[in-house]
Design a protein around this ligand. Sequence first.
Ligand code: PBG
Length: 331
Amino acid sequence: MAFPADRPRRLRRTETLRSLVRETELRPRDFMLPLFAVSGKGVRRPIASMPGCAQLSVDLIVEEARGAWKSGVRSLILFGIPDQKDAQGTSAWDPDGPVCTAFKALKDALPDLVLVADVCMCEYTDHGHCGPLERDARGHVAVANDRTLPLLARAAVAYAQAGADIVAPSDMMDGRVAAIRKGLDEHGLSETAVLSYAVKYASGFYGPFRDAAQSTPKEGDRRGYQMDPGNVREARREALLDVEEGADMLMVKPALAYLDVIAEVKRISNLPIAAYNVSGEYSMLKAAAQHGWIDERRVCLEILTAIKRAGADLILTYSAVDAARWLQDVA
Ligand code: PBG
């Protein structure tokens, strides 16, 4: 027998053969589409650093959601950009704000679409941090953990009452999953699920999102509450804590630079795992594609395949609709 006897290339000879032995395959329902809601009507404000994305008023969100549904995408996560911001972020739970209004309209228009609410105070506070501030012993500003919890619970209840099927806390306060679960249950919302941003790093990849959501902290940064990029054992600790507090799904964020973390969280938990292919990952792809340096379709699907292969059951991605359409015309 000629050496080597094991010849993997035999199974790569034709596309049909390759498709028979493919281990990871994307489906449109793997993707969750993030959208940015603003007040008004007919408002579409393009986000310069995220080509193809825009802040949208409720009517256009419904239109966008219809297109997403048609492409096979089955879930959507909303971020709100309020008209008014204050130190506490009180417009986060405004039942007439853009997020709650959009959920009501979406439930009517597309009853089967899974609606997810991002729960965080940073879009609603005038200082841009994820909760109210206090000074620590050395006089440094820090987010007041325990004062943030009831605010998050209150916002989560408002979104669930407006029609959100899932609430997704992204603030990284300790104890917020338990506080939100309790708030939901006390309001008769025991069917509302919690998708916890359990493992969220303090990342430079959120830059474009903060333009989009106008949520860049005015002073300081988020390293006092988001995780250090060097840590993976701490990711296990955060994930297990959220399981204990009652999370229904766990998220790792960002995705592409943290594939090892996705794999690790998948290994230690039986909950569905989501990964957030964040704004900076999207902007890098778009910028290189616009220069003609990479093939957007090919690289986008390759990135999403890698995130799924690492263990993600669900991928939050600004490319959701494009990717879903590309998959459909391949099939
Ligand atoms: C809110 C939040 C952020 C993102 C999702 N929820 C920004 C941040 O933590 O600064 C980032 C999403 C992205 O970059 O696409 N806390």
